[in-house]
Design a protein around this ligand. Sequence first.
Ligand code: ADE
Length: 424
Amino acid sequence: MTTESTTKSDIRDPRLAEEGVRRIEWAAREMPVIATIRERFAKEQPLRGVRLAGCLHVTTETANLALALRDGGAELVLCASNPLSTQDDVAAALVVEYGIPTFAIRGEDNDTYYRHLNQALDSRPQITLDDGADLVATIHREKRDLIEGIVGGTEETTTGVIRLRAMAKDGALAYPIIAVNEANTKHLFDNRYGTGQSTLDGITRATNVLWAAKQVVVVGYGWCGRGVAMRARGMGAQVIVTEVDALRALEASMDGYRVMPMQEASAIGDIFITLTGDKNVIDGSHMEVMKDGAILANSGHFDSEINLEALAAMAESRRPVRAFVEEFRLGDGRRLFLLGEGRLINLAAAEGHPASVMDMSFANQALSVEHLVRQEKRLSPEVYTVPREIDDEIARLKLAAMGVHIDELTEEQRAYLSSWEAGT
Ligand code: ADE
């Protein structure tokens, strides 16, 4: 079918739309908070006529966010936030079935990735939704003429927030950003339980390894690392954590993991998983001492965490051995297996976080966009946290949808907690 959005889009194959619709509807079953917001948005039209550009992983969950924004009256354009994370059937459904212009093809090269991003920006968005800050960075570097018309933006992920805070610190940030990642209903659930489950899912789908008794090295003990370590232990793995932050290392120790420097862990690990947001945390010197057969996976936002150049330089030969697994044979005969080209393995080899956690992350996105519209242009160019009332409301809605009831403070307790008189 050729609609205006088809002609304005770039997707793999519009014939995949039917499958995409079925899978988007399947995800919707686990996204009750987004459904509630979508219903209200449809009635109240808080985003009427507002132009949005979203640079997000194009998944079934993102599609449900997109539908809520569209039903709220927004004119939304989407592009991928990673070359390997797009679900082509979802992209097709968005364009053909739901009329949302989308520029995303799974496996696109870097040039296509940036062409798509620029095509999304051609819509002259008033609000940007980022996952990794590539939209904001491109606007600030190459499309500064758009800035005047921009009300603000949102950022989904830790890596993006780090970039944006660096921009704000340099005085380079030209419009306000709401750091969705900082909401409790985002990082405590998405980063921990979402990344925990989907990372093991991606590695399992790619390799079919048995986790039990494996030595798993978790590089980085932020919320994502905590989740992965917890779930790997749950599968019977022996987990080693490496960290540069003393407090986190202490926490990992008291959570019961072995903590040691990366160089030491490198000689022990069977499976390495990076979740630091940093660069070259698995470097050549580490690969030098790894065991034959070691598996290397990244679940951080960018493919910068494993030094891929060092790996390629060390290898005498390389070959794909199964989907998402590439074997690097080193001079001394050892083989190292790189998963998903070092890109985030949970979205490359699996489907990303399950819908139930994305429900809360994307509720934060939708309500933050509404908040930006309501603020009009009153916010200054800084990185803001999601307003507390929004965070709390999402927790309440999620609990209600889960059928979980909680207690309320009595008047006596409320008075006690707000007084300083009572003591020993
Ligand atoms: N990030 C991690 N998992 C995701 C998903 N399922 N959809 C969109 N973004 C994600």
